[in-house]
Each structure stands twice: as structure tokens, then as C-alpha cells.
Design a protein around this ligand. Sequence first.
Ligand code: EPZ
Length: 423
Amino acid sequence: MAKFLVQKSAPLRGEVKISGSKNAVLPIMAAALLTEEKCVIKDVPALRDVDVMCRLLESLGASVDKELENNRVSIESSGEIVYEAPFDLVKMMRASILVLGALLIRTGRAIIHLPGGCAIGKRPVELHLKGLRALGVKIDEEQLNRGIVDATVDKLEGNTIYLDFPSVGATEVIIMAAALAEGTTVLENAAQEPEIVDLANFLNKMGARIKGAGTDTIKIEGVSKLKGVSHHVIPDRIEAGTFMVGAAMTGGNVLIKNILPNHLKAVIAKLRECGAYIEMTDEGMIVRGDMGPLKSTDIKTLPYPGFPTDMQSPFMALLTVANGPSVVIETVFENRFMHVGEFNRMGANIKTDGNCAIIPGGKPLTGAQVVATDLRAGAAVVLTGLVADGTTEVSQIYHVDRGYENFVDKLRALGANIMRVDE
Ligand code: EPZ
């Protein structure tokens, strides 16, 4: 299995270009199934999850022209669409559920075997199904008890839907189904993440009539047909946040290009509270951690625009080296502290109680053999490896490959002492 070997490194210096957003491109690729015409998606990051989504779309009958060396994917599904998603692909990527709405639109049926829970939580889909039932979809309850979504619909009809939790995936699945339903759908307590806005922009270019994406109430007026379009994916705000934290916690000075600061207000605010210097220039965002020792701060993860749960573990890496104690509360996922044990192997001495973690900070960290417990946690332990004495060996790095394009090359270009070894 491949590993990262990370040595204590000099402060990160130089510039890095952020790739397209994984969590925007996955729903947009699924939405390409809503038309028989060709869609060309640009600024696509070359990631494992994108690869799996390409394979999933092909298995459903789409033709996919993958040019990830040019960060471009073309999708055309003018032929027969298969309504059953293969389990071997779905179990590799939970985001496979995002094809649910499109399959129902194209074939009137969808069968998706749900993978079990994952490292960060049980990841239910009852809100996705609540929305689809409201639009007239029938879900086989027997099959559902066996972890299989077996959905059928004659005609999708608009409705008003309230999401008990602003689930990103449920919002995306419902928007895609409602876009071609008869009549108007109003989605209340919708997720407000920038990736939802990018999906809505893509669908509106195709001819959909979606208003309010990015707010908690989204109105979708169903149309009869959507056309093929081309679209540039927004930059990945979590990759950007990860490099911002890396620059700050190593005492570095980094120019981050292809970044939308409006998508990172909470992360910018928290880094400034810790004493990092952040300035937006015409070329991009300058992040400096060389203005003095980092101070501690407290973090509580929330749905957007709150502090993003995906930035919880990378930011905790910074808090392990900040001066003084910090408190981190994780409110979005029920089990997203798997990385705490890995930080503690390096001497961080973090205590947790339920969804609350206390990071004492200021402890000298030493390199250790650690595991990437999810894709963000994998990036987080690499960051602590950059400041820990000695060598940190990170295994299960396939997680990192899911969400960070050319992670090692980008870090090495900033002076990081990291290498990938394939055993
Ligand atoms: C998306 O996952 C992202 N993935 C996740 O990023 C991200 O952490 C998450 O949103 C929250 O921002 C993609 O976009 C592909 P949710 P998703 O439905 O859609 C509960 C990464 O690192 N919930 O908003 O699965 C759920 O259990 C990944 O890139 C229900 O209870 O997230 C969780 O606790 C990790 N019932 C919370 O809501 C439901 O029906 C947030 O889940 C649906 C969700």
C-alpha cells in the first residue's frame, strides 16, 4: 500500500493553484444525466472520486470522455440508461447516491445499494428519500430495510419540502429531480453550500428554473427538457482552506491562486483569530504565519456558512501547535474525531468527550506512524508531519487521493519535505 513519508520542513513558501471543487463536480457530473445532449465540464480535478463517478456514469449507459490531464470531462447519455447502480462502485463512493434523481427522471426507476456507515458517521439518506416521496416517488420499504434504495415514479410533481437538517446531498438530489418535475417545488431549510449554487448555475444554464440556491429556501419551477452545456467548476474551498492552514501553521508565506474568499469567510476569520495574516490581492490570497506565534481559538462546525466540518481536522492540526488550549465541537457528523488518535500518536495530548475535543496546544510534536482516517484527516496529519520532529509515515493515503489533486507535488513546490512511497 502507498504511504507518505513526511519530514519536518521549512515554513511553506511560494505559490499554489487550487483545483476544481470535488464536491461541486460530483453532483454536476450526475446532473449531466438529465439531458441526452453532451455536457462538457471544465476545471475538473483529477481525483479518485471523479474517476469513480466517470465509471459509474459509464456503467449506467452514458459515454464519458475523460481528459483529466486537461481537467475536462465530457458526458453524453443519448442512449439507453440502466437504472441500477453497481454496488462495487457505490461502495467506493457514497456520493453515488447523487445519480438517484437523474435515474428516476430518465428511466422512472432507480436501484442503489447503500454502503454501510463510514469512518465519520452512518450517513443516512432518509432526507433524500423524504424529498423524493414528496415529489411522487415510491420507495420499496422492504428493500430499504435491507439497505437498498429501490425507487419508482410515474410522474414527478412539484411540492413543498422541508429538510429536517440542511443536508447537502439531499438538497442536490431533490433539486435535480424537481428541475424536470411538473409544477413548482419549494425546498425549505435547504443546504446553502457554494457547491449547491454551482450545481444550480449548471442546471440553469441547461434551461432549468432554479431560484434561491445559496439561501435556505430554493424554488424550482419544473421544465420539460434540459440541454447540454459546458461549465467551469468552482475552486475547491476545502483544498484552499487546507493550504491556508498549512501556510499559517508552518510560519510560512504562501500565495494561493484560484480561490474565492467569499467561500472561506469562517476559515479566514478563525485563522486571523489565531494571528495569521491574510490579504486578498489581484493574483490571489496571501496567507502568512510568520507574523508571530499562533494563538489558540475555539471552533464549532456548522452547516454553511458556519465553519465547515471538512476543515475541522486540518484546522485541528494547526491548533495542536498553537499556544494555549482550544476547544473543537463537531456538530455535523457524529463520529468525526477519528484523527484525534493519530494526532495523539505524535504527542498532541488531545482529550475528547462526545463531540467535543480539547486541544492543549503548544506540545512538541514528534513524527510517528499514523493513518489517514478520512480524506480530510489524511491531509491534516500530513500538515502536522511538516512541523513534527523526525519522520511521519502516513498510511491509507488512498483517502487523500480521493480529495486532493497532486497533493504531494503542490506541497513539495512550497518546500515541504514529503514523498510518496509505493510499497
Ligand atoms: C457532503 O456530504 C460532502 N460530500 C461532505 O464532504 C461534507 O462533509 C458534507 O456534505 C457536509 O458539508 C460531497 O459533497 C460529495 P450531508 P453529504 O448530507 O451530502 C446527516 C469530504 O470530505 N444526514 O450534508 O453526505 C448526515 O448523517 C466529504 O469531501 C442525515 O441525518 O453530507 C451528517 O451527519 C466528507 N440524514 C449530516 O447530515 C440524511 O438524510 C451532513 O450530511 C442526510 C444527512
